[in-house]
Ligand binder design. Sequence first.
Ligand SMILES: *Cc1c(COP(=O)(O)O)cnc(C)c1O
Length: 394
Amino acid sequence: MHDVKHMAMDTKCIHAGIQENEFGAVIPPIYQTSTFKFKDVDHGARLFKGEEDGYIYTRMRNPTIEAMEDSVAALEGGVKGLGCGSGMAAVSTLFMAVLKSGDHVVCSESVYGPTLTLLTTILCNFGIEVTSVDSSNIAAVQAAMKPNTKLVHIETPGNPTLIMSDIQEIADIAHKAGAKVSVDNTFMSPVYQRPFELGADYIIHSMTKFLNGHADVVAGIIVLKNIEEYPHFRRILNHFGGTIDPFNSFLVHRGIKTLKLRIDKATENSMKIAQFLENHPKIEWVMYPGLPSHPQYELSAKQMHGYGAMIACELKGGLEAGKNLLNNIKLWQLAVSLGGVESLIQHPASMTHAGMGKELREQAKITDGLLRISVGIEDVDDLIKTFEDALSYC
Ligand SMILES: *Cc1c(COP(=O)(O)O)cnc(C)c1O
């Protein structure tokens, strides 16, 4: 097995998690099995006691899943990954592993809608307290900390506003208060942002997005940087049961091989599209980390290695004009999700962030007319031309 830990991202995408196997298969085999046969009763007993290394049952461990977990852990510079059945399974398992009744969590207000909904409408019933803050404002994060704060959960750039948060400064505040920091790194992928290098303790991804990249899998992962925490997290995942299955793991691992190529091309496209939008008379504003007009443009240079493929914008005609755009646009598909090879566009206030309610949306600066764009890897002139055509309906 080659150790790719210290090699470049391009190399890691191809080789991380790939191990020697019985027949010399270049690609890790798909062990599509729920269970593994013991040699005899004593062998089974030794495995259950942890006295011997081996596989028992796929919810607990599976070699195809492990290969993918090792790959993502290597990309993030972590030590272990825990593959989950969805990004939300990763979020909920993380919260269950870190928090208990009586604890308090500080969460960015500009996060994936269901993450905040999970905290404010479900985990509150288990005695977990939450404060949502504008995490781009360091003073607000500091002010939200309480003696029982155990976790600060942030997403940067935030969903769907593209507002950024300073991971390093937030990690300093949290650590001084004895709390941990988790970063949802879905929007950037490890190619463009590596939160462990900036002090984060946990990383989660919806692998449904850039890591898999082909809009054909729902999956998630938690990445750890501290090996001592691994048995606890694995136990929580095993008991909540939000495990990924081997075939989806295989697909994600396959998608990761082209992650760098895909996100580089999508980012190149995004820059041109963001510039096009910024100069279009019907566009009120554009938020893209790569535009100097982004209020935190400098922060993107400090903590990111690329600007990514997500853009937020609003038309001058607000929601009505936005509807006309979405109902008339060709090539771009009106769909939620992001990070795939195809370009998608959606309306967060009526779709992904509807469940948050208007008050929390307003607090998080998710205006009713905001459109969220996930740029794919199609020809950029085709993408701009079709956008321009649709704008003529607005
Ligand atoms: C999609 C998404 C999630 C949830 O992931 P699922 O795979 O849909 O469960 C979490 N965080 C972010 C930033 C996302 O975009």
